[in-house]
Design a protein around this ligand. Structure first.
Ligand code: HEC
Ligand code: HEC
Length: 308
């Protein structure tokens, strides 16, 4: 393991208590821009054959992912990766499993151009939307201009900035309501800290702020050989099998798990993490407690979903 990595893990552990902060209750967004972004998020005309929208693969009410092992795009083409959630994605330091998009705006252009996702391109989308007087008017109101590619991604990103899920029972606990979670769940949180899960899963999103290798403490690595993660961006041998650590908010609702979507249950995900990331032999008592703790992370639906 690289020395720097070791140092990061150790310092994280030392300061583990302060490492998770609650999701903000009132996010500040440009509401008109965000609502235009919301309309675009559900817009099937963003895809080549008008069959797929962002929401096809990111179902907000069901955890912000598609509950499939790997995503299916236009013409039922299957990708090779499990869709991460869009909920709380604004807290990620970069976007995608390999971190190739530096922010949500850059990310949004990805699926539109991806031949197996939406198979279109922003220029074509602009042309399509310009045919619709409703859109022309909305863009004029928000950007005081004609429809342009960067306005589309900017509006979608603003909508995503509003996709936060505050007030989970755990967040209430963090804010001082000591009865918001049960003793049993609290014991799960203690294990989450003492075992060192928190060294990788921390920050507001309990993840999403560093790249980590899958299978660091197990010789026989648990690795999907086809997908090399961060290596695809840096071409640095040392980055093979490093992925953006996924956030754990609403984790109960986002099965199946891992970049490959191979792991069906939360229980199994926790067991594998103990074994492969921490070198601890999983025992059912601890696994159940941690699982119970993770289920306290379900937050409220983003307020913007109620607005038109
Ligand atoms: C065909 C299914 C599909 C469609 C359509 C789709 N996505 Fe995704 N989305 C995915 C998959 C799969 C990934 C992970 C890809 C990767 O990491 O390379 C992803 C990743 C993301 C991420 C990064 C989250 C993270 O934690 O890294 C965001 C944000 C996102 N999508 C938003 C969108 C938006 C906005 C649209 C519409 C413009 C969209 N998606 C359309 C499947 C889809
Ligand atoms: C060394 C860093 C590290 C440690 C320690 C760690 N994880 Fe992870 N965790 C990751 C990475 C990286 C992934 C993504 C793996 C993949 O996609 O193949 C992940 C994935 C997960 C997932 C699946 C998330 C999803 O959306 O697919 C869960 C659940 C999880 N970890 C829980 C835990 C728990 C519980 C512990 C402690 C027992 C723990 N992790 C310890 C880095 C870590």
């Amino acid at each position: 393991m690289r020395i720097t990595l070791l140092i990061i893990l150790i310092t994280n552990l030392l300061f583990a208590k302060e490492l998770i902060s609650p999701i903000e209750e009132n996010v500040i967004v440009d509401i008109n821009k965000a609502l235009l972004g919301k309309k675009l998020f559900f817009e099937k005309r963003l895809s080549k054959d008008n069959t797929i929208s962002c929401a096809s693969c990111h179902i907000i009410a069901e955890g912000g992912d598609d509950n499939k092992r790997v995503s299916e795009g236009i013409n039922k083409k299957k990708g090779s990766l499990n869709a991460p959630t869009v909920l709380n994605s604004k807290y990620n330091f970069v976007q995608f499993w390999d971190g190739r998009a530096k922010n949500l705006e850059e990310q949004a252009a990805g699926p539109i151009h991806n031949p197996i996702e939406m198979g279109s391109d922003l220029k074509t989308v602009v042309k399509e939307l310009k045919k619709d007087p409703g859109y022309v008017k909305r863009f004029r109101e928000v950007f005081n201009d004609v429809i342009k590619p960067n306005y589309i991604t900017e509006a979608i990103a603003e909508f995503e900035n509003a996709l936060v899920t505050p007030n989970s029972r755990f967040d209430k606990f963090l804010k001082g309501d000591i009865h918001a979670i049960t003793e049993y769940e609290k014991e799960g949180f203690e294990l989450f800290k003492s075992y060192g899960c928190i060294s990788c899963h921390n920050g507001v999103n309990m993840g999403g702020n560093l790249f980590q290798k899958m299978g660091i403490l197990k010789k026989k690595d648990y690795q999907n050989k086809e997908y090399l993660g961060r290596y695809n961006v840096t071409k640095d041998e040392e980055d093979k099998f490093f992925y953006k650590v996924p956030g754990l908010r609403n984790i109960e609702q986002t099965a199946p798990y891992f970049h490959s979507g191979e792991v069906k249950t939360l229980k199994e995900a926790v067991e594998l993490m103990m074994e492969f990331q921490l070198g601890i032999k999983p025992n059912s008592k601890s696994v159940e407690k941690i699982e119970a703790f993770l289920k306290t992370l379900n937050g409220e639906m983003p307020k913007i979903m109620e607005l038109k």
